[in-house]
Ligand binder design. Structure first.
Ligand SMILES: Cc1cc2nc3c(=O)[nH]c(=O)nc-3n(C[C@H](O)[C@H](O)[C@H](O)COP(=O)(O)OP(=O)(O)OC[C@H]3O[C@@H](n4cnc5c(N)ncnc54)[C@H](O)[C@@H]3O)c2cc1C
Length: 285
């Protein structure tokens, strides 16, 4: 799939391109609409520590390029791409290099959250690096039962949280099986973060939740620059434009790189209509 020209063309809806230059070009364009970005170099679950070191180098380069080009943006990474499946310590050393560089450039590293088997280690590593450098934050998924406790602890330590619903299939022992419970928990956690979080990021395309966030912030007198909304590149452009034009802070998650397949599949799985869209497109070819 990753080498098929047609599949690549379809994936371009959600992925900026294969190269950092293409991602930076998207970044410039998005910035011109008053929207910031976070760059994600695709390629989770590497198969060796050498690959993890290569991924780290791409990120180091991306941070420098963002700085040099004056783009409003930071980076988001996954710990399995930095070698977590092979060695916690080596992974930590890779992430530390990046966070140190980000701190020196007055920028920021967001550590994405993967499936629940990684949650504890991810939070521990971020907390540890945050205590040394600042410049790093984490993602919490509203689908997990544990998230309320995690958010309370992260807020106590003033670690920045991006709140999302959660993109991984989880067992009922770890996560709410019903979407309505995930949505309810998202709203509760959003309110907690707006009240007590360090510059929280509310990452969703759910219009109802976005409106509830706007209303909650307005009701509590929370300024529009005290938090940000985040969305994925290529999803709900209409909503993105509305928020930006109303003076809300918005950041788009912009993935780039050749290994786009797992990311693309998660985006398709989230919305059956996407699969129909592709089927229609293929039939037209
Ligand atoms: C900036 C950002 C970072 C993220 N980081 C992580 C992370 O680190 N870990 C993690 O597990 N998950 C992450 N996610 C994904 C997240 O967990 C959800 O899987 C994803 O955002 C879809 O949920 P939703 O909140 O948009 O709500 P949903 O209820 O799924 O969707 C609400 C509406 O959004 C639109 N929509 C949502 N998804 C799509 C799609 N794929 N295609 C077209 N329209 C769509 C539809 O209009 C839909 O009705 C991130 C999401 C964002 C926005």
């Amino acid at each position: 799939m990753e080498t098929s020209a047609l599949a690549k063309r379809l994936a371009r809806r959600f992925v900026a391109g294969d190269t950092l230059d293409q991602a930076l070009a998207v970044g410039r364009h998005v910035n011109s609409e008053g929207i910031a970005i976070t760059l994600d170099h695709l390629g989770e679950s590497v198969t060796s520590l050498e690959e993890a070191a290569e991924a780290r180098d791409v990120y180091l380069h991306a941070l420098s390029a963002i700085h040099d080009s004056g783009i409003q943006g930071n980076v988001s990474l996954k710990l399995t791409q930095f070698g977590l499946d092979f060695s916690y310590d080596q992974c930590r050393a890779n992430v530390e290099q990046l966070v140190r560089r980000a701190a020196g450039l007055n920028n920021f590293v967001r550590v994405d959250m993967e499936s629940s088997q990684y949650t504890q280690r991810t939070i521990e590593m971020v907390a540890d690096l945050h205590a040394r450098y600042g410049a790093v934050g984490v993602v919490i998924q509203a689908c997990l039962y544990r998230s309320r406790n995690d958010i309370e602890e992260l807020c106590r330590r003033a670690i920045r949280v991006r709140l999302c619903k959660g993109a991984y299939l989880e067992p009922a022992s770890a996560a709410f099986p019903r979407k309505s419970d995930v949505d309810r928990n998202f709203v509760e956690l959003m309110q907690f973060l707006l009240d007590r979080g360090a510059y929280p990021a509310i990452a969703t395309h759910d219009e109802n939740i976005i409106r509830r966030t706007e209303a909650y912030a307005a009701g509590r007198g929370i300024r529009r620059d005290a938090f940000e909304f985040q969305m994925l590149y290529g999803i709900r452009r209409d909503l993105q434009r509305r928020l930006a034009s109303e003076g809300y802070r918005l950041r788009l998650y912009v993935p780039f790189g050749k290994a786009w397949y797992p990311y693309y599949m998660r985006r398709l799985a989230e919305r059956p209509a996407n699969v129909f869209f592709i089927a229609r497109h293929l039939l037209r070819q």
